[in-house]
Design a protein around this ligand. Structure first.
Ligand code: ZN
Length: 252
């Protein structure tokens, strides 16, 4: 009998494309929670600390999903000094915990971080880090030994998960960009899949900081089309989507 492939599902929760508005939390999150319920999916929401109160209105700490930190303000950690990174890592954990969540995981915004991030994350009392890899396809991960979850320097690392080409991040962004081929590229060895709330918003123009051709590309298949792509993946036979906590507790 073919064994089921367990995949960690991570959802990054931040304001919409840096605009500061929260439509993702207000309009997408309720639909996403309903979809997860229908598909018996459990996810880890990596939530920006300053959005803890808005998020708490929709996601109960006693529910099926896990909540991790995505920084305090979604600042780029590789542009901050030690104290600045401390504020983001420690401050977000405090904010989310005072909203009632038990926070074990950290995920750096844009997966950009200084090389000493893990020390701060570990010392702040997190159990795992999900900041490895790149938001862009990266040939360096092709032969990388950091493709699986592992324990390193007293901290669990999620490792880098890719599509079948072994260089493209396993994320909704690339399933949209490569659509309709994207879903076929989902790898039987992927162990982590990520998406953002704002990808599921209608009429997205793409990430505003990108040059306009790239921005149009990045807005491709967003909103309802993105929901359909995500739902197809979540319902795929043989895949079981779980929170990072659940995956790591069983695997390591
Ligand atoms: Zn983010």
């Amino acid at each position: 009998m073919k064994t089921e492939q367990r995949v960690m599902l991570g959802v990054d929760v931040e304001s919409d494309w840096g605009s500061g508005s929260r439509s993702g939390i207000e309009t997408v999150l309720p639909r996403l929670l309903a979809l997860f319920h229908e598909c018996a999916v459990r996810a880890t929401f990596f939530v920006v600390g300053e959005l803890a109160a808005a998020f708490r209105e929709q996601v109960d700490p006693g529910g099926p999903h896990e909540v991790g930190s995505h920084g305090l303000t979604h600042a780029l950690l590789d542009r901050l000094d030690w104290d600045g990174v401390m504020r983001e890592v420690v401050g977000s954990k405090e904010r989310l915990e005072s909203a009632g969540y038990e926070v074990r995981g950290f995920r750096a915004p844009f997966l950009r971080s200084p090389p000493w991030l893990a020390t701060i994350v570990r010392d702040a009392g997190y159990g795992y880090d999900a900041s490895e890899g790149s938001v862009y396809p990266d040939p360096r991960v092709f032969f990388s030994r950091s493709r699986r979850p592992r324990r390193q320097d007293g901290l669990l690392r999620l490792g880098v998960s890719t599509l079948r080409d072994r260089i493209t991040p396993a994320s909704l962004t690339y399933l949209r960009l490569y659509h309709p081929l994207g879903l076929r590229l989902f790898s039987p060895s992927a162990h982590f899949f990520s998406c953002h709330l704002h990808e599921l918003l209608e009429a997205r123009g793409g990430w505003q900081r990108l040059p306009s051709p790239l921005r149009r590309l990045h807005g491709r298949k967003s909103g309802q089309a993105a929901f359909r792509i995500l739902e197809t993946l979540l319902r795929r036979p043989g895949l079981r989507f779980v929170s990072c906590r659940e995956f790591l507790d069983e695997a390591l």
